[in-house]
Design a binder for this molecule. Structure first.
Ligand code: F6R
Length: 610
């Protein structure tokens, strides 16, 4: 998730305006940034690794000349943060500059054929293929907008791009699956990943739809539909909408809190994570398979992701995986594991000291370390032998939400690849599992759309309760534990996440009339046992809140409150969907109890103390 901005001014210098816009997009990524402008037939670029203000102090972005410019703030996906990998990227002849947000899936093939045709590519990014393709296209096409249109049909994956060239009359932007908005001002025209970028300049905005291209000049914006042949069909002018948001609201996408925004971003984050290259996952799975012992190490929510994935590894790949809380690792596995063990280390920040400390010990013992993280260049990446990046984009709310579902998606994909390697899954079965996994972003969208208000009411109903149980069996035990953690950390309510079968061995002693028990109960092979656990709680007059399939009539009938889930959500991947109502529950419980969900007390986004 990067931030892009493009601007065409009627007069004045564009660079200071772009720099300030990038500052307002910095929440989308901040490991490097850059600006390109065009003036008198020449492209000027300043870019580097680091935060915008630091780069500006060193390079002075504001000195770039011209009224047309593009800018980028990067959240690295292909290639580590560096000057070379920072955007904008240019072609061989310095005639075209491009900024891009998204992931070009077939960039490797495109890159190889460009190199074969004599192009020199300087970065490790997927983006750099774009200016070179446009360079070729401009040899046979006069207008920049046509040249861009011509190359786009061959781009697989997602993109929001802004392109300028030395002709210096127009800026072209296009979009497929990554966000891009136009801002229509009186003194300039803009395109950006998000409204805050141009909010101080204009409140009039238009959403560029998938498959549309816009050409911005000092006279305004002309919209086109991209044809599959690479041609263009001009669209009739569209009425802009007027945004009423304050800047603070705009940064949160109109949501009152980052956490709510991030819950809503989950389908997108999942989709991006499911795009991780097959070869990369395959390599990871092969490495895992080489080792006799597989052990996951993580903390907090990331630990819950590993707990869920144990069931995936076992049921899909036939491989047993240990899962150890990072802070306990030195006491239990450091001395017992050696070079026949592979460690799957999961951490959204890549900076959790418990996890790093555990990994250092395990590395000394000779274990192979494979990391799954959301943060490029974080400390965990330097300790690991190989790294997989979840594609959640920066998560600002302290409570992990979208990073959790992307960790699950990553681990689910890995377990399918591993299953093929171990022979537990035939190729056809593995393909079916991938199909099921790829359906989840849409299902998540429908859960978010249809269940938020119901969960909000549920939170209202139970907000005064001092204590909760969250129970689940099998893979749902991890979901239940995550639900309990969320409500504890955000609403400051006591909650226990427990294996449902184990609840009768002690915790049930706490249950009395009206005690709320949340059951996470997909229709998997544990359902007939969970039915018994519900009956045990019911007969002690507990209030039963159940998250189950909308087709599970029996559970619906037994429960006081139900959050129904789509029956098409595959059981083995159910935590990815079933956790969403629990995130909403914690969020709304916090709001109703008067606490800020973005900054829960005593907690930090990256915990760097042992
Ligand atoms: C809970 C939460 C924490 C983190 C934990 C590990 O919502 O965010 O429990 O999951 O501190 O952090 P990472 O994943 O950065 O290692």
């Amino acid at each position: 998730m990067c931030g892009i901005i493009g601007a065409v001014l009627v007069q004045g210098l564009v660079a200071p305006l772009i720099r300030q816009s990038l500052k307002r997009l910095e929440y989308r990524g901040y490991d490097s940034s850059g600006i390109a402008t065009v003036n008198a037939g020449r492209i000027y670029i300043k870019k580097d690794k680091g935060k915008i203000d630091d780069i500006h102090r060193r390079l002075n972005f504001d000195a770039l000349p011209g009224v047309i410019g593009i800018g980028h703030t990067r959240w690295a996906t292909h290639g580590p943060p560096s000057r070379q990998n920072a955007h904008p990227h240019i072609d061989c002849s310095n005639r075209i500059a491009v900024v891009h947000n998204g992931i070009i899936e077939n960039y490797q093939e495109l890159r190889e054929s460009l190199v074969d045709r004599g192009h020199i590519l300087l970065s490790e990014t997927d983006t750099e293929v774009l200016p070179h393709l446009i360079e070729e296209s401009l040899q046979t096409t006069k207008e920049l907008v046509q040249a861009v249109a011509k190359i786009l049909p061959q781009i697989e994956g997602s993109y929001a791009i802004a392109v300028l060239d030395t002709s210096g009359t127009a800026l072209v932007c296009a979009r497929k699956e990554s966000p891009l908005l136009l801002g229509l001002g009186t003194t300039g025209f803009y395109c950006a990943s998000d409204v805050p970028a141009f909010l101080p300049m204009t409140r009039k905005t238009l959403v560029l739809e998938d498959g549309e291209i816009a050409c911005l000049t000092a006279q305004g914006a002309v919209l086109y539909r991209l044809l599959s042949t690479g041609g263009l069909a001009q669209l009739p002018p569209r009425q802009p909408t007027t945004v009423q948001w304050t800047l603070d609201m705009a940064e949160k996408g109109g949501y009152p809190h980052f956490m709510l925004k991030e819950i809503h971003e989950q389908p997108r984050a999942l989709l991006d994570t499911l795009r991780i290259r097959k070869e990369k996952l395959q390599k990871f799975a092969e490495e895992i398979n080489k080792h006799q012992t597989v052990c996951a190490v993580a903390a907090g929510t990331s630990y819950h992701a590993t707990l869920a994935s144990r069931y995936m590894f076992s049921q899909i790949a036939g491989r047993f995986m240990h899962s150890v809380v990072a802070s306990e690792s030195p006491e239990i596995i450091d001395t017992s594991l050696g070079n026949d063990a592979v460690i799957i280390a999961v951490s959204q920040s890549g900076e959790t000291i418990d996890t790093l400390h555990a990994l250092k010990g395990l590395k000394r013992q000779g274990c192979t370390i494979l990391a799954i993280t959301n943060t490029v260049d974080s400390s965990i990446t330097r300790l690991a032998d190989d790294v997989l990046y979840t594609q959640a984009g920066p998560e600002i709310g302290v409570a992990a939400t979208k990073t959790f579902v992307t960790q699950l998606a990553c681990l689910a994909s890995l377990s399918i690849h591993l299953g093929e390697i171990t022979g537990k899954q035939k190729h056809r079965e593995a393909s079916e599992l991938f199909l099921k996994l790829n359906k989840i972003p849409d299902l998540l969208q429908s859960i978010i759309r249809n269940r938020e208000s119901l969960v909000k009411e549920t939170a209202q109903q139970y907000v005064a309760k001092p204590s909760f149980f969250f129970l689940g069996r099998g893979i749902s035990r991890a979901t239940a534990m995550e639900g309990a953690l969320k409500i504890k950390e955000l609403a400051y309510v006591h909650a226990e996440g427990y294996p449902a079968g184990e609840s009768k061995h002690g915790p049930i002693a706490l249950v009395e009339e009206g005690f709320p028990v949340v059951f996470v109960a997909p229709n998997d092979r544990t359902r007939r046992f969970i039915l018994g656990n519900i009956m045990e709680m019911k007969s002690r007059l507990a209030e039963i809140i159940t998250i189950c399939s909308s087709e599970d009539e029996r559970l619906i009938e037994l429960s006081d409150r139900v959050v129904a889930m789509p029956p098409t959500l595959s059981n083995i991947f159910s935590p990815i969907g079933y956790v969403v109502p629990l995130q909403f529950l914690a969020y709304y419980a916090a709001i109703q109890r008067g606490f800020s969900p973005d900054q829960p007390r005593n907690l930090a986004k990256a915990v760097t103390v042992l």
